[in-house]
Ligand binder design. Structure first.
Ligand SMILES: N=CN[C@@H](CCC(=O)O)C(=O)O
Ligand SMILES: [Zn+2]
Length: 491
């Protein structure tokens, strides 16, 4: 087991926050989950690891003490990733009075002395001294396109010179350029690029990421991409939610209607077969619903067909033109819709009612100088707002800390809102808020330890996360340890 000793002094109660958990949208102040998240966020000091401390409070039950408590000492004890092979140690036997399978889930949360008593006979593989540091949930990136070959740095120059995203796309560049290179690449090459990118995401604090296909457009290449994602799922530590995005663009030589028929009649039946045989796990279906790409009716047909084979609907909508994508997503029971720069007022209300998450992508609005999505209005209307990096050859950003910073500055989100959007709400957008996105007993032990006594530095220091992130932990196992972090300091 791994033990963290993040002693805390609660600084102040978090402000009102729109937050989601298990499909509910609520104010953080009224909910134990959110209070827990922020108890962990407001950590200021710690004594030496392993030293007994005194603090009043309740044992780790997943219900954290209120942030109004003057002293809030929290410990999180977690199992390591490997299955226990039978040598149950004293500590393991103590926990909840039953055999612990070392499953990488959080075993207890609560006041330090209470948990110390509960686990007094436990032995730990490692104890991490979190003096002066903060422990946060691992970040969740709800929208990425990380499988591709070639890059589009030349197009960045064109855009800086004034070309629009759609002008480049219609001239055969953009997604078409990447499709050409991705079709020519081998699965091994795609996997190598993907693993490298996932490593960079992990070092920037993401422990769960959504990964889309969508640079093949033909069945052969889409499957090649999905297989690369599947191999990354088993060969890397980062969590993956995979998305079939064969309707990312209309392939050259086909009309949108022909491409729609091809997806429904050929791609999806094959995906269903591979899902059933266990060869590929695909979680979501995506379409780029946009003027000049897939219109509302084609989008509806593809998404419905994907839903019919058990995929969660999670698609690109209302980005460059108002398409009524939000209204469609709400009607179809979409789990999430991304972009939404051009969403209508009715669409926002419909998404709130349908508990359909809005995945906002600050890097894209910034890169393409689009109008910003109306994050404030969405939050006020009760939409579950999540964030994603949208990492792709157009928006080349791996870093959720930078995404949170942009969301705060450009979309006027508070830092608390941005953190919730990049953790529990992003997990909700992927259908994983039961197991990911916050630090609760029974949830997967994915977390970050940052080298600052105030968690807000992770957002405030734009581009400073490399020096701030001290540890990245997935399923209770230290995946990344930044030794330079101590030397660099955080201020
Ligand atoms: N807008 C559509 N898809 C991506 C961009 C993909 C690309 O340009 O390669 C997005 O979410 O920003
Ligand atoms: Zn995208």
């Amino acid at each position: 087991m791994l033990c963290f000793i993040p002693d805390t002094t609660a600084l102040s109660p978090p402000p009102l926050l729109r937050h989601s958990h298990n499909g509910m949208s609520f104010c953080a102040c009224d909910d134990a989950v959110a209070r827990f998240l922020f108890d962990f966020c407001f950590q200021t000091y710690c004594d030496a690891a392993g030293e007994p401390q005194s603090a009043a409070g309740t044992p780790g039950s997943g219900k954290a003490p209120s942030t109004s408590s003057p002293v809030s000492l929290l410990h999180a004890y977690m199992g390591a990733q490997e299955e226990d092979k039978g040598s149950v140690k004293g500590g393991a036997a103590l926990c909840q009075g039953r055999r612990i399978t070392r499953d990488g889930c959080i075993k207890a949360v609560g006041q330090a002395d209470v948990i110390r008593n509960e686990f007094s006979e436990a032995t730990f593989e490692r104890i991490i001294d979190c003096s002066g540091k903060c422990v946060l949930p691992g970040l969740v990136d709800a929208h990425t396109h990380p499988v591709w070959a070639g890059d589009r740095v030349h197009e960045f120059a064109m855009k800086l010179a004034g070309a629009s995203y759609m002008e480049i796309h219609q001239a055969g560049g953009g997604i078409h350029f990447t499709v050409e290179h991705t079709r020519a690449a081998s699965e091994a090459e795609l996997l190598a690029g993907l693993q490298q990118r996932l490593g960079r995401m992990l070092r920037a604090g993401s422990t769960l990421v959504e990964c889309k296909s969508g640079y093949g457009l033909d069945l052969h290449t889409e499957l090649k991409m999905l297989r690369a994602i599947e191999r990354a799922r088993t060969s890397t530590d980062i969590g993956i939610s995979s998305t079939y995005c064969g309707a990312h663009a209309v392939p050259r030589g086909k009309t949108a209607a022909e491409a729609t028929d091809d997806i429904i009649n050929n791609h999806l039946p094959k995906l269903k077969e591979l899902k059933l045989s266990g060869e590929i796990q695909v979680n979501n279906i995506d379409v780029f619903c946009e003027k000049g790409v897939f219109d509302l009716e084609s989008t509806r047909r593809i998404l419905q067909a994907g839903k019919d084979i058990g995929l969660q609907i999670n698609f690109h909508g209302d980005e460059l033109h108002p398409m009524k994508s939000a209204e469609l997503g709400a009607e179809l029971g979409a789990r999430a819709i991304s972009h939404l720069e051009e969403v209508s007022d009715e669409g926002i209300v419909a998404m709130a009612r349908a508990k359909c998450a809005a995945v906002l992508l600050p890097t894209t609005a910034y890169m393409l100088r689009l109008k910003q999505p109306q994050a404030r209005k969405m939050l006020e209307e009760g939409v579950i707002v999540a964030l994603g990096s949208d990492f792709n050859p157009n928006a080349y950003c791996f870093s959720m800390p930078m995404v949170m910073h942009l969301a705060c500055v450009n979309m006027k989100m508070s830092m608390n809102e941005a953190l919730a959007a990049a953790t529990i709400n992003a997990a909700y957008a992927l259908g994983k808020s039961d197991t990911h996105g916050s630090l609760e007993v029974g949830k997967q032990g994915d977390l970050l330890i940052i080298n600052s006594s105030r968690w807000e530095h992770l957002i405030y220091q734009f581009g400073g996360h490399e020096a701030l992130i001290n540890y990245v932990i997935v399923k209770g196992k230290v995946i990344y340890e930044n030794e330079r972090c101590e030397a660099m300091g955080s201020y």
